[in-house]
Design a protein around this ligand. Structure first.
Ligand code: 4AD
Ligand code: MG
Length: 461
């Protein structure tokens, strides 16, 4: 079988030869003695039209095919200069690998994204989702390529942990205990010695703490894996299971962190523009009109930078436009983030130096004693896409912060050790992979950029 991608990419080689393709019927039109089948095999964004006639020995079977059927077509590839498609296949043989039924849920009409979410096992066979998931795959590759070219070591951090990296208490517990009959201590508390790990455990919210330990050995590392958050946020940008990329760099500060983040995002955008031109043109035409212009501007200009304190001063002037009014100390909501990046800067912006109260325990304290060396990268259409910081590298300050926040010191002993044995300045960030896919495709709901989304009240398939 030849991939449809190769027919398009090496057209001259295949024209006027006999080719065999395998794919799924997108649409079918019949006349009395001939018909047309549009076939897509998932290797290329464009499908191929197959023309068949009653010279086929199984003409009647082919004529009755339903949309969705899997077929193998052999025939001559002929140029069709007068048509939109550059060529078609004149079928000499069509084998039906697997028929389909008339109730196939994907018919030629346009289906809403809401409906397609209810058939997430079939939606990759539609144009939009074929484009989304091919681009998602390319972005993942581009990210690995970016870091590997710079000699970063890819570290697999554990998915089951005993710690809460972000300290937000938004974790899914992992247990083998019978929830209907939980073993208890005499004082009524849960007896975790009866549990699998002999202690409370959960799915990780971030690989960062483990990642830092490897940065203190390899200097530059990155993680790329699933993370889990039991956030009760039913929004278009929150998922309970999402993928995160977390580089960690040693002998580096917040400035180095921002330079890395900016060059990574620009690299990914360039890679996708170059390697998925058909998909990107489709998104630009049908999903988000200004997408290509916007992305081209991003790679050709510098990201804006503003401190949290400056950002609050700017936003306070526009408080009449917000549902949540801002003032110093408040966490930025999506509406504020989007206002900054869409209305004020009109490009990606780094916001730095947040109040320590609204950020995680591990961030390096600034000299003012009030803010930490944190950075969020905000982009139009989404808001926060990256969250990062320089890490507290001082043993005493870190321990004090752990105690101040009432975290269990024994859970962080390994982490404190790093500040005891050759502590080095270091920084890192987390890129939300799905938000990155949304940003590059213009898709506006996180449920539509992850194959099988898990969100509040939804764990289908
Ligand atoms: O800002 P966050 O919580 O940062 C961390 O987890 C750090 N440990 C990262 C680091 O410094 N190594 O999350 C990082 C990014 C966010 O900017 C966002 O893009 C994404 O992860 N994210 C989510 N994406 C989808 N659904 C959710 N529920 C998300 N929560 C965070
Ligand atoms: Mg964050």
């Amino acid at each position: 079988l030849v991939n449809i991608r190769d027919l398009f990419r090496s057209k001259d080689e295949y024209l006027d030869t006999t080719v065999t393709i395998g794919g799924w019927v997108r649409s079918l039109r019949n006349s009395k003695n001939f018909g047309f089948i549009v076939v897509n095999d998932g290797t290329f964004f464009e499908p191929v039209q197959v023309v068949f006639s009653n010279v086929l020995e199984n003409f009647e079977e082919v004529e009755k095919l339903n949309v969705g059927a899997a077929i193998i077509v052999t025939g001559k590839l002929v140029a069709t200069p007068e048509m939109k498609q550059p060529f078609e296949i004149q079928a000499e043989k069509i084998e039906v690998e697997g028929a389909s039924t008339p109730d196939y849920p994907l018919q030629k009409k346009k289906h809403s994204f809401e409906y397609l979410r209810t058939i997430s096992h079939l939606r990759p066979r539609t144009n939009t989702f074929e484009a989304v998931f091919r681009v998602r795959s390319l972005i993942a590759y581009a990210i690995h390529k970016f870091f590997q070219e710079r000699d970063f070591v890819y570290v697999h951090t554990p998915l089951i942990t005993g710690s809460d990296c972000e300290g937000a208490g938004e974790m899914f517990q992992v247990t083998t205990m019978d929830l209907a009959n939980v073993p208890k201590n005499p004082d009524g508390t849960v007896d975790y010695t009866k549990d699998f790990f002999n202690k409370p455990t959960n799915l990780t919210v971030s690989g960062q703490l483990n990642g830092e330990t490897y940065a203190m050995a390899f200097k530059n590392i990155y993680t790329f894996g699933p993370t889990f958050r039991a956030e009760n946020s039913n929004t278009t940008r929150h998922a309970a299971e999402f993928w995160m990329i977390e580089p960690e760099i040693a002998f580096a500060d917040l400035e180095d962190d921002m330079i890395l983040a900016e060059s990574m995002l620009k690299y990914i955008i360039r890679y996708v523009l170059e390697n998925a031109p058909e998909e990107m043109a489709f998104f630009n035409n049908f999903i988000d009109k200004g997408l290509l212009d916007r992305l081209n501007n991003v790679v050709n200009s510098d990201f804006a930078r503003v401190t949290y304190t400056e950002a609050i001063e700017i936003l306070e002037k526009h408080n009449d436009k917000f549902e949540y009014k801002v003032s110093w100390g408040a966490d930025l909501q999506t509406e504020h983030e989007r206002y900054l990046t869409e209305e004020i800067y009109k490009r990606p912006v780094f916001v730095t130096d947040y109040p320590k109260e609204i950020k995680a325990f591990y961030m390096k304290m600034n000299e003012d004693g009030k803010t930490v060396a944190a950075v969020d990268c905000l982009v139009p259409g989404i808001g926060e896409i990256i969250g990062g910081s320089q890490r507290e590298d001082d043993y005493d300050k870190l321990l004090a912060r752990i105690n101040e926040l009432g975290l269990r010191e024994e859970d962080y002993e390994f982490y404190l050790d790093l500040r005891k044995y050759g502590s080095a300045r270091h920084a890192g960030f987390g890129l939300g992979f799905e938000r990155c896919v949304m940003y590059l495709t213009g898709m506006s709901n996180i449920r539509d950029v992850i194959p099988f989304p898990r969100t509040v009240n939804n764990c289908e398939l």
